[in-house]
Design a protein around this ligand. Structure first.
Ligand SMILES: NC(=O)c1ccc[n+]([C@@H]2O[C@H](COP(=O)([O-])OP(=O)(O)OC[C@H]3O[C@@H](n4cnc5c(N)ncnc54)[C@H](OP(=O)(O)O)[C@@H]3O)[C@@H](O)[C@H]2O)c1
Length: 358
C-alpha cells in the first residue's frame, strides 16, 4: 500500500489533537464557506473553543440555519457569539460589501483575530463567473486573494493592546504540486496565464478535477506575496499567514464531478468515504493553522515556512513541491502570475491602489 494511502487511513482514525477548551476565548474568528463540510466543522470547533465566529454563506437563510446549528451543538444558544454575513466569491462586489459588513460587525470588539479562507469549489463543467473568469479560478484564486489582501489590511489595524498576533489562513490543497508549469511562461506571453487557465477552449475536460489544481497553485503563489506584505517595515510579522491542506475529507466538494457519469457517481463518494477523514477531523488542521507562532509565518527565514498538512513528511514535501515552488521555472512563473493577479485586482478594485503596500 502506498505511503499516501497509509497516511490517509492514519488520519482517518487518529485525529489531529485539539487545543484546550477556551483556547480561543475572547477571540473573533472568521470562517468563509461555513454552510457545509470543512467550513461548518471549523466553525463548530472554534465556537466550542470559546471564539465568537463570523460565518459566511451565499444565502442568508441557509447561513442562519447553520448559525442555529452551531449554537446548539456548541452549547452557546442565546449568547450572540455566531454572526452570519453574506459572501459570494464569484463577484468582487460581494467581497467588498462583505468586508464592509465585517468591519461593522467587529467594530465593537478588538477586531478580527483569525480569518480562515476556506470557501472553494471544484467544477466538472466550464462555468464563467460574472467577472468573466472561469469560476474555479475566480473563486479559489482571484476572489480569495482579494479577500486576503483586504483582510490583511483590516487585521494589521487591530488595536495595539491585542496581545496575540492575528492569523490569516488560506485553505489550499496538496494538489498545488500537480500542475506541470513548464508551459506557463509561454502562456504568459500569449494571452496570460490566468486567461489561459480561464479560456473555455483550454478547459481540461480530460482531467477528473479540471482547473482545481491550477487554481490552488495560483493561490499558493499569491499567498507567498501576501506573506511578504504581512511583514512590517521593521521586520516583525504583523499578521501570521499560513496555508493549510486538510487532507482528503469526505464532504460534498466532489459533487460536481460525481454528476459526470454513473461510474463517477459511485467512485467519487466511495473513494472519499473509504480513504477520507470526517470534516471534524479535517477542520482540526485549520485550528492548528490558527495557532501557529510568528516563527511559522510562511516566508520566515525565507524557507518554505509552515504549510500545515499531514500527508507528506517535510523532506518529501520539499522534493515534491520543488518543481512548482522553488525551481528556476517556478520562480519565473510565480512572478508572472503575481503580476497578472495584482493587475487584475487593481483593475477590478481600484481602492486597492490606495491601500498601503497593495
Ligand atoms: N474535501 C477535501 O478533501 C479537501 C481537500 C483539500 C482541500 N479542500 C478545500 O477545503 C475547502 C472546503 O471544501 P469542502 O470539502 O468543505 O467543500 P464543500 O463541502 O463543498 O464546502 C464548500 C464551501 O464553500 C462555499 N462556496 C462554494 N462556492 C462559493 C462561492 N462562490 N462563494 C462563497 N462560498 C462558496 C460553499 O457554499 P455553498 O453552500 O453556498 O455552496 C460551502 O460552504 C475548499 O477550499 C477545498 O478546496 C478540501
Amino acid at each position: 500500500m502506498s505511503p499516501l494511502i497509509l497516511r490517509r487511513l492514519r488520519d482517518k482514525f487518529w485525529p489531529e489533537p485539539l487545543p484546550p477548551v477556551k483556547s480561543f476565548e475572547g477571540q473573533t474568528v472568521l470562517v468563509t464557506g461555513a454552510t457545509a463540510g470543512l467550513g461548518l466543522a471549523a466553525a463548530l470547533h472554534f465556537a466550542t473553543l470559546g471564539a465568537s465566529v463570523v460565518i459566511t454563506s451565499r444565502s442568508l437563510p441557509q447561513g442562519n440555519g447553520v448559525k442555529d446549528e452551531v449554537e446548539k451543538r456548541a452549547g452557546i444558544v442565546g449568547q450572540g457569539k455566531i454572526h452570519v454575513i453574506e459572501l459570494d466569491l464569484s463577484r468582487y462586489s460581494s467581497c467588498l460589501a462583505f468586508v464592509d459588513r465585517l468591519k461593522e460587525a467587529t467594530a465593537t470588539r478588538r477586531g478580527l483575530d483569525v480569518a480562515v479562507l476556506n470557501a472553494g469549489l471544484i467544477n466538472a463543467e466550464y462555468v464563467q463567473s460574472p467577472e468573466g473568469w472561469e469560476e474555479t479560478i475566480q473563486v479559489n484564486t482571484l476572489s480569495t486573494t482579494l479577500l486576503g489582501l483586504l483582510l490583511l489590511q483590516l487585521m494589521r489595524k487591530r488595536r495595539p493592546r491585542a496581545s496575540r498576533k492575528p492569523h490569516l489562513v488560506f485553505v489550499t490543497s496538496r494538489d498545488h504540486i500537480d500542475p506541470d508549469i513548464r508551459d506557463w511562461a509561454r502562456w504568459a506571453t500569449d494571452d496570460g496565464i490566468l486567461r489561459h487557465c480561464s479560456d473555455r477552449q483550454n478547459w481540461p475536460s480530460h482531467q477528473i478535477e479540471p482547473n482545481y489544481a491550477n487554481s490552488k497553485l495560483l493561490l499558493t503563489y499569491a499567498v507567498e506575496e501576501i506573506c511578504k506584505k504581512a511583514v512590517e517595515p521593521d521586520g516583525r510579522v504583523g499578521v501570521i499567514v499560513n496555508t493549510v491542506c486538510p487532507g482528503l475529507v469526505f464532504t460534498s466538494l466532489g459533487r460536481a464531478i460525481a454528476k459526470g457519469s454513473t461510474l463517477m457517481q459511485l467512485a467519487v463518494p466511495l473513494h472519499a468515504s473509504v480513504l477520507g477523514k470526517s470534516a471534524d477531523y479535517g477542520a482540526r488542521f485549520y485550528v492548528t493553522a490558527a495557532r501557529t507562532s510568528e516563527d511559522e509565518h510562511w516566508l520566515k527565514r525565507n524557507t518554505k515556512g509552515k504549510y500545515i498538512q499531514s500527508l507528506f513528511g517535510e523532506e518529501e514535501y520539499r522534493i515534491l513541491a520543488f518543481p512548482n515552488l522553488k525551481s528556476d521555472t517556478a520562480l519565473k512563473v510565480k512572478a508572472l502570475v503575481w503580476n497578472e493577479i495584482i493587475t487584475e485586482m487593481k483593475r477590478a478594485v481600484p481602492v486597492l491602489e490606495q491601500l498601503e503596500g497593495a
